[in-house]
Design a protein around this ligand. Structure first.
Ligand SMILES: [Zn+2]
Length: 359
């Protein structure tokens, strides 16, 4: 494949394989995607950092799903940071960008801006959901929060739910160039031992429900035979030499980085996947989600101004509806003239509550 300019690697995920060691992986660089997501909200920096890490993980993990599938990460805890949620929409067709969106729900009064974000999620779980489209049973895997970072939770998830030894090296941060507003960048590498059978093997048809949560969490050593273990350790030692600036770019291109780290492991690259920010909410989807309610329920949701409003947690789009057009007992036709919106999205039924979402 042709090597593009340095900037062309931003907002891409580059899959690779190490032929000598039976390991595959991805290199990801995000900048505009993060700014797109974070510009929708006014999160404190400690929450922005969690969103940056979760978005980077989502891009790296999501790259492997098939066209039109959707992969979601959900982190829920009992601490001040209650929810971190992301969605990755695989492209409709080869070569198109994938779309990512993310949001956080947190308790501003309890949040400690000086403490590490992960510690403020508390006890809870890390879930991966894969929606393969209409007529299929969504795949769901869950592990308890463990290890001190979202990436270590993801490593535990893959070992526990997928029996796949997996390692992430991620870095992310906000920087301010003179005369410009602060901007986030993130970059990372994932290594993963070749799968035997899992939806992440992209073989299709393997989906089911894998529930983790076994008290004894698996690690790479439990999953590999001695030869595989030796390969795995060698690649991990090489990855340990990576520096933050190499991960985050833009000076070192991902292809140069792979050669620098893994040239003896025979790295081979595949087509890079571009990613961008995107939300899928719409007035129609909100209507759809409200269609299960009776006229009485709709009346209960109606504000003093005589409208029903909904806010998308992902992109903050605000929808306003005429209550007579909502629910299964709607008395007025939907002609669009009664609705107004800031033009965007709202996937979630939200009768004013910002905390509601579909788990
Ligand atoms: Zn939206």
């Amino acid at each position: 494949m042709l090597l593009g300019s340095k900037i062309a690697w931003d907002d891409t995920v580059l899959p690779f394989q190490l032929d000598r060691s039976d390991i595959r992986g991805r290199v990801a660089r995000l900048d505009g995607v993060l700014d797109g997501i974070l510009a929708q909200h006014d999160y404190p920096p400690v929450v922005e950092a969690l969103i940056a890490e979760a978005t980077l993980l989502t891009a790296i993990i999501g790259q492997t799903i098939k066209l039109r599938w959707k992969l979601s990460l959900q982190v829920r805890g009992n601490g001040p940071v209650r929810i971190i949620a992301t969605d990755f929409y695989a492209p409709e067709a080869e070569g198109e960008p994938a779309r990512i969106r993310a949001y956080a729900s947190y308790d501003a009064d309890r949040l400690d801006e000086a403490a590490p974000g992960f510690d403020q999620i508390g006890k809870g779980y890390f879930a991966v959901l894969i929606d393969q489209g209409d007529g299929t049973v969504p795949y769901q895997g869950i592990t308890p929060l463990a290890g001190g970072s979202l990436s270590s939770c993801a490593e535990t998830y893959f070992a526990q739910s997928e029996q796949l030894p997996t390692r992430f090296a991620l870095t992310f941060g906000s920087s301010r160039t003179p005369g410009k507003s602060a901007s986030w960048r993130a970059g990372g590498i994932m290594l993963q031992h070749m799968p035997k059978a899992s939806p992440f093997a992209a073989t299709g048809g393997e989906a089911g429900t894998a529930m983790g949560g076994d008290p004894a969490l698996l690690s790479a050593a439990d999953l590999l035979n001695p030869d595989e273990g030796e390969n795995w350790n060698r690649a991990n030692i090489l990855l340990d030499t990576v520096e933050e600036l190499e991960l985050i770019g833009p000076v070192v291109q991902p292809t140069e980085l792979l050669l620098r780290l893994f040239h003896e492991e025979q790295p081979r690259i595949f087509d890079a996947q571009p990613v961008k920010f995107g939300c899928t909410c719409s007035a129609d989807r909100v209507r759809q989600s409200l269609s299960i309610y009776s006229a009485k329920d709709i009346a209960y949701m109606t504000t003093d101004e005589g409208t029903v409003t909904a806010d998308c947690q992902f992109c903050s789009a605000h929808y306003v509806f005429d209550p007579a057009t909502l629910g299964f007992e709607a008395t007025a036709p939907v002609d669009g003239s009664g609705d107004s919106t800031d033009d965007g999205p709202a996937d979630q039924p939200a009768n004013g509550s910002k905390d509601e979402d579909k788990a």
